[in-house]
Unconditional design. Sequence first.
Length: 76
Amino acid sequence: MKYNCIKELNPLLPEVPEIYEIVALKTIILVPTYTTIHRAVAITDADLFFPNLLTASVVINNYNVLKSAKRNCQIR
């Protein structure tokens, strides 16, 4: 969160999280989820289409927010 006009929208994190907070949250949530799912069912490429599409849209949005922040905001 390098720019003062950007804040984190995830309600489980503070508005300006530290990198360790983001990594910890992702680890606590994602590792058990993926481990459990992997053991329970076989995941196909078709199963991953919409999650990948959602992730790609988040990445594109974050890129656009960063581009806008570089033009319009101050560095913290």
